[in-house]
Design a protein around this ligand. Sequence first.
Ligand code: NAD
Length: 469
Amino acid sequence: QPKDADAPIKIQSYRYEELSASQRKELLKRPALRTEQVMEICRPILGAVKQRGDAALLELTEKFDRAKLQTPVRLPPFVNDEVMAKIKPEVKVAIDIAYDNIWKFHKAQKTTFGNKRAADVGAAGTVEANEAPEDGVLEVETMPGVVCRRFARPIQSVGLYVPGGSAVLPSTALMLGVPAQVARCPTVVIATPPRPDGSISPEVLYCASKVNASAILCAGGAQAVAAMAYGTETCPKVDKIVGPGNQFVTAAKMLVQNETDAIVSIDMPAGPSEVLVIADSSADPAFVASDLLSQAEHGPDSQVVLVGIALTPAELQAIEDEVDRQARALPRVEVVRQAIDKSVTVIVPDRATALEWSNAYAPEHLILQTISPEELVKLVTNAGSVFVGAWSPESCGDYMSGTNHSLPTAAYAKSYSGVNVGTFEKCITSQALTKQGLRGFGQNVIDLAMCEGLQAHAMAVKIRLDRMA
Ligand code: NAD
């Protein structure tokens, strides 16, 4: 039902103390999604691409994206003078700065697996020639002569989904491509739906070129996920599929990760974007409203939450007035209206209760507009990314600061991290024992193996101990 355009654009508000335990639980829930229904739509799409490869992919791209292509895959070089001329100079500058900052922050993550931490992260885009392959090795001698190691290796083939149905998202190409480049994944496929004329946006092509992608799969939705999961005549099969997308993309990722034919993992189950803003009396109502709306404009399924710490009715009213005023001036006001209808304000008595609410909700984005926001960060147990203080709007993290914008939604921040360099690596462990090491605990291994009834395990040690005797 289209709403009356004059109706106020207002988030429903509640007072924490007046809510029962079951009401609180209800308000912490995300709006329901039609997951099963969407999976039923995706199953035949996955099956078609699995069986008929490129032919099915091209048919589905024509059906869903209205683009008639000769081949679904483009290989580098992705840009030439003609493409670059289509990118506005200020947008190119913005992409370059974003790339450099994302590179710096992600390059510094590379060695966190190991004992060393890089002091100098190096120039953006460069992989230092002297970066030893052993960089990042964690080594512990657990007993004399028993050396255990853990080392990271890049996932050999990854697929990055860059949404493109309703908006052009070069920023997502950077957020996924840079960590894959830092991790040095040898094969990087960027999948994105083509425009009806079959082209890919020049900004996305530029980002694909900057992150040194191996191929661009000009396809979207479940069919793109299927092509990367199973491989086709032209699309390489990948080991992991990463990146946000609409409900068809998410459902397809969830389906293929459970398929033994595909043997593919995914970054995380993704849902509609969301933000939780904690504000106290010190917050500027216009800032708070702008942060809530920048999330609400993502889509009608987005959810925004305002947690007000001891706000007076007049302070809350000031924020509500700003939400209404700013929303009406937005081109996407109808999308915002639908998102605001699903959103919630809770007025809590104090900072501790605000954090309790936020941690229980586990927001994708958490914005702190309070006195001493750094003190609150210490109390955060669940969140995708935190925006600390009045001068840190979410938009900066979405594009420019260097942190990743591909983050867990739908309360998955309780157990998942956002995309990072580790997303594109896996850790391998090793152990090397000397004779002394084996002699040290050989009998203990035998005793445990016998306790578990595994004689061959015991024998593999005993045969060596006998040889030493
Ligand atoms: P998209 O690329 O995710 O999806 C487009 C594809 O959806 C099409 O190619 C088509 O194959 C498929 N599709 C559309 N309608 C279909 C139907 N009826 N049946 C089967 N398949 C169908 O682009 P989008 O739709 O614009 O969605 C982008 C999503 O990505 C949004 O939900 C946005 O919030 C999300 N996003 C999230 C983040 C994040 O970090 N969380 C970042 C950027 C974008």
